[in-house]
Design a protein around this ligand. Sequence first.
Ligand SMILES: C[S@@+](CC[C@H](N)C(=O)[O-])C[C@H]1O[C@@H](n2cnc3c(N)ncnc32)[C@H](O)[C@@H]1O
Length: 229
Amino acid sequence: MTERKNKREAPLGNYYGRRHDRPLKDEEEKLLTELLPTLQVTEENLDVWLNNDSGKHTVCEIGFGGGEHLYAHACANPDKHYLGIEPFISGTVKLLQNIAMHNPGNMVLCQTDAKLMLTKMPAGCLDEVYILFADPWPKKRHHKRRIINHFTLNELYRVLKPGGEIRIATDHPGFLMWVEEHLVWAEERRLFTVQYKASERPHTWPPTRYEQKALSKGDTCHYFLLQRL
Ligand SMILES: C[S@@+](CC[C@H](N)C(=O)[O-])C[C@H]1O[C@@H](n2cnc3c(N)ncnc32)[C@H](O)[C@@H]1O
């Protein structure tokens, strides 16, 4: 019990989102106590996992929500390695339910604030990063909580290999403007170039749950592909 509590209380850095959307059922608790520790990466062992896998194509999804997108990638690409970062426990449980049925064996999970975890990663350890439908934090006083900011873009530049890629998607008009402004800033500093920018999802990107919700409401989604210089 104590161990489980400690694992759930992984450092949250500046994560402000919710951690649960409802009380967990017994079988969900069991996934957290029995399956999650076999897949879990923390500040302490992140370096080991990344080093052990050096030479392998490594992808990090920040804010995987229910994990459907991450799971689809991991199943479709057994030769690649996936690190999912998501402090939302109810989302992690959804992903664990899929893994319990079929574990693709190339995925690890972390429940800490991604901004904090990025600072713990060695330089040049990632090939790709996905930030899909990040929380838009629409109120001005909450903009500092947005995952895309100058600090994160500098950290992403540091942890990506040259030529590495970032995928970003959003359906929120205010956050879209924010992303566009930050990408101009990143291009001016020669951190990244924007390779793709459109309201059509590239066919090689699996859908996400949040995207499906937005599309069903008739909202427009916007997609960006950046390349690290
Ligand atoms: C709107 S949801 C989108 C989930 C998923 N990407 C999708 O498209 O269905 C945003 C997710 O980002 C997660 N998130 C927010 N801040 C985060 C942070 N600092 N580190 C990691 N994940 C974060 C939230 O917990 C939430 O699950």
